[in-house]
Every structure is written in structure tokens, then in C-alpha cells.
Design a protein around this ligand. Structure first.
Ligand SMILES: [Zn+2]
Length: 248
């Protein structure tokens, strides 16, 4: 079976605190300015960083230099499409804090990272450079850190999941089994439309998990997407524009 890439996208559980933090960082998250044609509600707002800022990204558990450089290279694949800078540092202080020693690949969504206790990581990159999907997984996790949701949970995705099989597959596997609720959160639950922020469903997105044909009804599968897709680029350019938007 096509081994599914593991990733946990984590959102801060207190939505009022998450909303306040997002708006404090970037007032456009409240629904005015970039991307805000509609008034947003508390459950469907983006968690974008202030456009133009430098994100300080800390390696908190001293990965070896080779691994560190490979993480930096994979994360930096986003840089041509965003108006943010990355400042990678060693130590415990950063807007984004990366731990590499946990057996887990996960990230907080965008500005939710600001709510995490300063001693804790906001991103886990357990994947090691000898893994064939290392680069994809690191780039994918940084997509979440920039505010991107899971594309397979796009409201237009309509993936014909064979849900009983999916639950069984994740519950019974040896490595990192997932509960029913975790499967719902990470695979099935669609995110609300405004979080899709401007782009249609994109099967080629690097934010889409690979989907095994054995876990769907009929003939439906999706390979692992190894590149930042055209629509990923377009979305990031809209979220973090390099040119100021013209005001009408
Ligand atoms: Zn993910």
C-alpha cells in the first residue's frame, strides 16, 4: 500500500485567543485588506503573518549541521513566492521553533505558533534526510507554518474515502496509530471556505496528502506531490504579496 505521509496540523484550541493573536499579528486576518472581501467569523479566518516581516526560526534541539542545512533548503523553496524573510537561528527563541528529536511531523497553523509556550516547539520534523520524502515533508510542514491548510480537506475536494477502511488502517498500524477522531481531524473534516483563500481545489498541491486507491471507493488515488504546485505558488503570492495591492 502507498504509505501515507504522516502529518499533524495543529490548531490552537481556544479560538478566541487564536483569533485575537492572528489579528494582532496581521489586521487583515480580521477580514479587511488582503483577501478580505467578506466579514470573517470566528471560525473561518486566516492565520497569516504580517506581510513583509522576517520570521525568526529556531532550531531548539541542535540537529546536526547537514540535517539543518537540508531543512533550511526545503523550507526556503517557498521564499520566491512570499514576501517574508526567514532568519534561521540556533537556540530556543523564535517565532517558529523546530524540534527534530520527536518521532512526529507536525506544525502549528500560521500565527497559532505565537500561542505555544516559549519552551515548546511549534514544529516537529522527525523525518530524517535519508527518508525519500524528507524534502516534501519539510516543505509541507512549512506550508502549514505559513498558514496553508490541508488540500485534501478543501471543501471542494470530495474525495470518495472508504471511511471504515481508513479508520481501520490508521487504528491498526504499528507506527503512530490514529484514533477515529484524529482521522476525522486530519483527513475528512473539510475546512471552511474562507480558509481556502482564493484558490480552487488542487490535487497537485504539496499540501495534499497522497491517497491510496485502497482507501477510496471506486478508482480514485492521488500520488505524493513532490513539488510546490502552480496553484500553491499563486496562493502564496496572494497571501504574502511582494507588490502592494492597488486600492481602487
Ligand atoms: Zn500536513
Amino acid at each position: 500500500m502507498n504509505q501515507l505521509q504522516d502529518c499533524r496540523l495543529v490548531q490552537w484550541p481556544d479560538d478566541q485567543a487564536a483569533f485575537d493573536t492572528a489579528v494582532n499579528e496581521n489586521p487583515a486576518n480580521a477580514g479587511s485588506g488582503a483577501g478580505g472581501r467578506r466579514k470573517r467569523s470566528l471560525i473561518d479566518y486566516p492565520k497569516l503573518w504580517a506581510n513583509g516581516r522576517t520570521l525568526k526560526i529556531a532550531f531548539i534541539d541542535s540537529p546536526d549541521p547537514d540535517r539543518k542545512q537540508k531543512i533550511i533548503a526545503a523550507a526556503s523553496r517557498w521564499l520566491p513566492y512570499i514576501n517574508l524573510k526567514f532568519d534561521f537561528v540556533d537556540g530556543v527563541q523564535g517565532d517558529i521553533r523546530i524540534a527534530t528529536k520527536n518521532n512526529d511531523n507536525s506544525s502549528m497553523l500560521g500565527t497559532d505558533a505565537l500561542l505555544v509556550h516559549p519552551d515548546w516547539p511549534t514544529m516537529n520534523l522527525g523525518v530524517t534526510p535519508d527518508h525519500p520524502d524528507f524534502e516534501v515533508i519539510v516543505t509541507h510542514e512549512f506550508g502549514h507554518a505559513l498558514g496553508a491548510m490541508h488540500e485534501h480537506q478543501h471543501p471542494q475536494a470530495n474525495i470518495p474515502w472508504d471511511k471504515p477502511k481508513v479508520y481501520a488502517f490508521y487504528q491498526n498500524r504499528e507506527m503512530n496509530p490514529l484514533t477515529r477522531e484524529q482521522v476525522d481531524q486530519n483527513l475528512f473534516k473539510p475546512f471552511s471556505a474562507p480558509q481556502a483563500i482564493h484558490t480552487d481545489y488542487d490535487r497537485r498541491s504539496i499540501m495534499h496528502h497522497p491517497v491510496s486507491n485502497e482507501l477510496t471507493l471506486g478508482d480514485w488515488e492521488n500520488p505524493i506531490n513532490r513539488k510546490i504546485s502552480k496553484k500553491d505558488k499563486r496562493m502564496m503570492r496572494r497571501l504574502y504579496p511582494k507588490q502592494p495591492r492597488r486600492t481602487p
